[in-house]
Design a protein around this ligand. Structure first.
Ligand SMILES: NC(=O)c1ccc[n+]([C@@H]2O[C@H](COP(=O)([O-])OP(=O)(O)OC[C@H]3O[C@@H](n4cnc5c(N)ncnc54)[C@H](O)[C@@H]3O)[C@@H](O)[C@H]2O)c1
Ligand SMILES: [Fe+2]
Length: 377
């Protein structure tokens, strides 16, 4: 573990049941007069987009709604949203939804103030002009995008998930209201909750882990260990929803500091090649990759086992994760999700390009990743 770190969080976190009701006042207090609300059809169907846009309008702020975001959102979708700026020069982006609308909102905020194509800005801090301010409202307890400096947008023609990183896309405010999660389908609650768990686990064993990222990751694991099953069983359990929403934000804070690892490196190509939901891709890979990683840091795995409610044995973690997947209805293999063996070598090649490979506690080669994909095929 490296013990030197800098920690800054420009994002104000506003947490609590009913927190969303103050959004209009919050925007008005920040001097905002016109916003683009970025969301997706599922969130709109759940009635959340109308409630939010009415709340904003009620404070005398102009709103236009862009609700065309798809899961694994594309570069083209970002361009469609950003093009609205020409006729409606909004001053801020309100991103309402899971990681897909939040990442799209971040990317639209960049493209509203910068020329060219989003792919020009792939990598870290590649754009010149400051993006518009972003107000993030998560409706899944999963990605932590509300507190991370990342956006992941898919280039469909290259089957590649384009990573964009900058402290300047950290949302100005993150409004965490657990009542927004009560309408989640059980399958989405399960997959997104396992994404949050993957963030906490990978940040915890990352070579970049520090005392501060460990503090966030440990609390996230403990909350998820105690609440994910309860939340999937009943999304109206407000206590469990609150715990999961806090856990996903804490896990986001952990990996914003410490980065991730091989699970995420391998999950992104599964999204790019086969459009698998991000959380499901992580969940299927998680037990086998953690078994592989446990060789590198057994002490941390003993601690993980305890935090997840097990005994102090490093080898029990993979089995605990397998049982969690079974309980939550996550498939045990990738083939049943449509993944084909012939894509594995290309996916492993893309995975090796991820910035998360170099911080994984166990070194990996292209051949290791091929073997790990095959293990869960
Ligand atoms: N920026 C980051 O730091 C970061 C981290 C992890 C993942 N990601 C990205 O986030 C994306 C995945 O986000 P996600 O897992 O949150 O899923 P998502 O945003 O794609 O949403 C999944 C589904 O759930 C529905 N949904 C969301 N909230 C709902 C609600 N309250 N009620 C009913 N339906 C609801 C949506 O309509 C959608 O159909 C991926 O593209 C992934 O790469 C980003
Ligand atoms: Fe993730």
């Amino acid at each position: 573990m490296s013990q030197a770190f800098n920690f800054t969080l420009p994002t104000e976190i506003i947490f609590g049941a009913g927190a969303l009701q103050n959004l209009g006042d919050i925007l008005r207090g920040d001097g905002i007069k016109a916003v683009l609300l970025v969301t997706d059809p599922g969130v709109a169907q759940a009635g959340l987009a109308d409630a939010v846009s009415q709340g904003i309008e009620g404070s005398g702020i102009e709103v236009r709604v862009f609700q065309k975001v798809e899961p694994n959102p594309s570069v083209e979708t970002v361009a469609l949203g950003a093009a609205l700026f020409d006729g409606f020069p909004f001053q801020a982006v309100v991103a309402l939804g899971g990681g897909s609308p939040m990442d799209t909102g971040k990317a639209i905020a960049i493209m509203a103030t910068n020329p060219g194509d989003l792919t020009d800005y792939q990598g870290v801090d590649k754009f010149n002009n400051d993006p518009l301010p972003i107000y993030a409202i998560p409706t899944t307890a999963g990605t932590g995008s509300e507190v991370t400096p990342f956006a992941v947008i898919t280039n469909r023609s290259q089957k590649f998930k384009v990573p964009i990183g900058s402290q300047r896309i950290l949302p100005r405010k993150a409004i965490l209201d657990p009542t927004l999660l009560t309408g989640l389908p059980a399958s989405v609650a399960a997959a997104t909750g396992l994404d949050a768990l993957t963030h906490a686990l990978e940040a915890y064993i990352s070579l970049e882990a520090s005392l501060i990222s460990d503090a966030f990751a440990e609390k996230a694991m403990q909350l998820i260990g105690g609440n994910l099953r309860l939340f999937v069983a009943n999304r109206k359990n407000l206590h469990a929803a609150e715990a999961m929403l806090m856990a996903s934000t804490l896990a986001g804070l952990a990996f914003a500091q410490a980065r991730l690892g091989v699970v995420h490196a391998m999950a992104h190509p599964l999204g790019g090649f086969f459009d698998l939901p991000h959380g499901t891709a992580n969940a299927v890979l998680l037990p086998s990759v953690m078994q592989f990683n446990s060789l590198a840091c057994p002490e941390k795995f003993r601690r993980i086992s305890l935090l997840l409610g097990g005994d102090a044995s490093a080898s029990s973690v993979a089995e605990m994760l397998r049982q969690l997947n079974r309980d939550l209805g996550i498939p045990a293999d990738l083939a049943s999700l449509g993944v084909k063996d012939e894509a594995i070598s290309d996916m492993a090649e893309d995975a090796m390009k991820s910035i998360n490979i170099s911080v994984n506690p166990r070194q990996v080669t292209h051949g290791d990743l091929v073997a790990l994909y095959r293990q869960v095929l």
